[in-house]
Design a protein around this ligand. Sequence first.
Ligand SMILES: *[C@@H]1O[C@H](CO)[C@@H](O)[C@H](O)[C@H]1NC(C)=O
Ligand SMILES: *[C@@H]1O[C@H](CO)[C@@H](O)[C@H](O)[C@H]1NC(C)=O
Ligand SMILES: *[C@@H]1O[C@H](CO)[C@@H](O)[C@H](O)[C@H]1NC(C)=O
Ligand SMILES: *[C@@H]1O[C@H](CO)[C@@H](O)[C@H](O)[C@H]1NC(C)=O
Ligand SMILES: *[C@@H]1O[C@H](CO)[C@@H](O)[C@H](O)[C@H]1NC(C)=O
Ligand SMILES: *[C@@H]1O[C@H](CO)[C@@H](O)[C@H](O)[C@H]1NC(C)=O
Ligand SMILES: *[C@@H]1O[C@H](CO)[C@@H](O)[C@H](O)[C@H]1NC(C)=O
Length: 499
Amino acid sequence: MRLLRVAAVVGGTTLLSGRLAAAQSTSCKSPKAIGSASDAEALAKGCSIIEGDLTISAGASGDDGIRLDGIKNITGGISIQDCPERCAGLTAGTISSSTLETVEGDIQISDVGGLHSLLFPALRDVHGSITLENLADLTSLDLGSLRSVNESFVLASAPELANLTAPPKGFDIAGDPARVRIWDVGLGSVDPFLVASSNAHTRDISVSRIPNIVYAELATSNGGTVRIEGNGHLTLGLGNFRNVSSSGGNGAGGQMLMPAHIETLNVSGLSAVRWSSSSDGNAQKRPGEYYTLGTLSVHDSALLTSLPMLWEGIGRLDIAHNDALAELAFPRDPDAARAVASSLRKIAVRDNPRLELEALSEDGKWNGTVETASWIWPTEDLETLVLSGVVHDTFFRPLEKIHGLTTSSSPNPAKPRVLDDFELTSTVPEFHCGTIDQMRMHGVFVGNYSCNGNSVDMVPPGSGSGAFRTRGEAFVGARNMFVVGVCVWSGMLGWGWFG
Ligand SMILES: *[C@@H]1O[C@H](CO)[C@@H](O)[C@H](O)[C@H]1NC(C)=O
Ligand SMILES: *[C@@H]1O[C@H](CO)[C@@H](O)[C@H](O)[C@H]1NC(C)=O
Ligand SMILES: *[C@@H]1O[C@H](CO)[C@@H](O)[C@H](O)[C@H]1NC(C)=O
Ligand SMILES: *[C@@H]1O[C@H](CO)[C@@H](O)[C@H](O)[C@H]1NC(C)=O
Ligand SMILES: *[C@@H]1O[C@H](CO)[C@@H](O)[C@H](O)[C@H]1NC(C)=O
Ligand SMILES: *[C@@H]1O[C@H](CO)[C@@H](O)[C@H](O)[C@H]1NC(C)=O
Ligand SMILES: *[C@@H]1O[C@H](CO)[C@@H](O)[C@H](O)[C@H]1NC(C)=O
């Protein structure tokens, strides 16, 4: 009875707005688990604020679904309570609220059969995490107004889920790193999870086992570890990272473009990579400009034929086990090429049977977005260089030229040298380790060395190896200084101003 009276009051206020409605919002203590549609309706009509957790029984029944229209704010979380005995699942089918805006705890809706729709179209802020997992019957999910979540967003094992409503420009996840994990869902697009509405937080993303997806646009501009395991037919869209600029404090009133950076981008199961320019502002930008990667790993992509690497800088490359890959393409624009060439530190290109590493082709190729070259030799010292596959003698010509081996008999300070590991295995029958061994002897490959399984020693200049080691240390020092230089440099580069 009390509940009904309250309901009448709340009903009377719904037509009012602003201060008055807020002043009359009704708060209720958290109820025991909701077991039926009528429980839910009575509660929701009477309470615009739930103080504490809202729990729904996994066996909740009712033809109209669990409708929580009227509730705007839950100060705890939302969760599903196990059936006391084995039950038939949520016969109500739907959990929804057209009014719920804020949940101050976690939303954890997991391990419930029978739930086919989960609709919170007005939900904006979740101060806890969202976990939606093991929902075998879920087909529709509406989080169309979602603005912020805390720590993590998990959507998993909902193989029937095909109908998603989510903000196209993404939502923010607080946390360092913030986590997004999506796997085993029936969706045809996961793009709303691959973009953040702000770059305030570093986002770790893991996406795997999405059988129906053919295109994914990775538009996050501040990534930690981003793993995308495609289904073999996935085209990955890159470059269109979101504009998260704020108008900066410069007198010209210019627009500040934020750089994009992903610490590790680890992708597999791709069939193509497609670049587009970030659509920010009116400045005509090259795809990949202002976009750097700590590590790029592209592996086990059986249908991928070409990999355009147009990032502004990549620290480590690991390209392995891509059966059809025939081309690694770098930007041909001299500034872009210089940026990539000076940032590479670790390179592993392994077991891509169609990829021929040979003399650079001098002709640029135009592919609609950018002119590309086939390979760029780094300009600074590398830590590791591991190559296996179809490697031709000609591939090393530029390096031989730089180091001028025919005349020098001491380690040539010309860069790049390989300081830690050099490992080369060529499947080309005519390949000879001769010149590579020469470079090793002259100190171009300073650490571990192996060419087609054989090692040779460096020839120490002068009387002993002591002098050589001293030089090595000097180089390590120089390298560290260079790293500092790069930070400053990329910092400046990343914060360009456009009028
Ligand atoms: C939700 O209700 C709590 C308790 O009344 C209040 O502290 C909080 O500010 C409310 N949140 C919103 C977004 O209205
Ligand atoms: C997010 O969660 C962390 C710990 O789980 C907590 O310390 C922090 O206050 C939360 N942030 C917000 C905005 O609720
Ligand atoms: C998808 O879900 C929305 C609710 O968010 C609904 O209006 C729409 O009818 C659903 N579409 C399909 C095809 O089920
Ligand atoms: C990339 O992910 C695979 C698993 O899919 C893992 O084995 C590999 O170590 C990762 N590579 C990098 C560079 O993180
Ligand atoms: C980028 O952000 C600025 C400042 O907020 C805004 O004026 C501009 O329209 C945005 N551009 C795009 C393409 O969203
Ligand atoms: C360029 O286009 C050709 C033909 O469409 C394609 O085969 C090749 O893989 C593309 N290369 C790059 C770098 O995108
Ligand atoms: C040489 O290889 C060994 C074994 O892989 C490794 O432990 C060592 O650190 C390497 N040395 C250098 C200088 O990288």
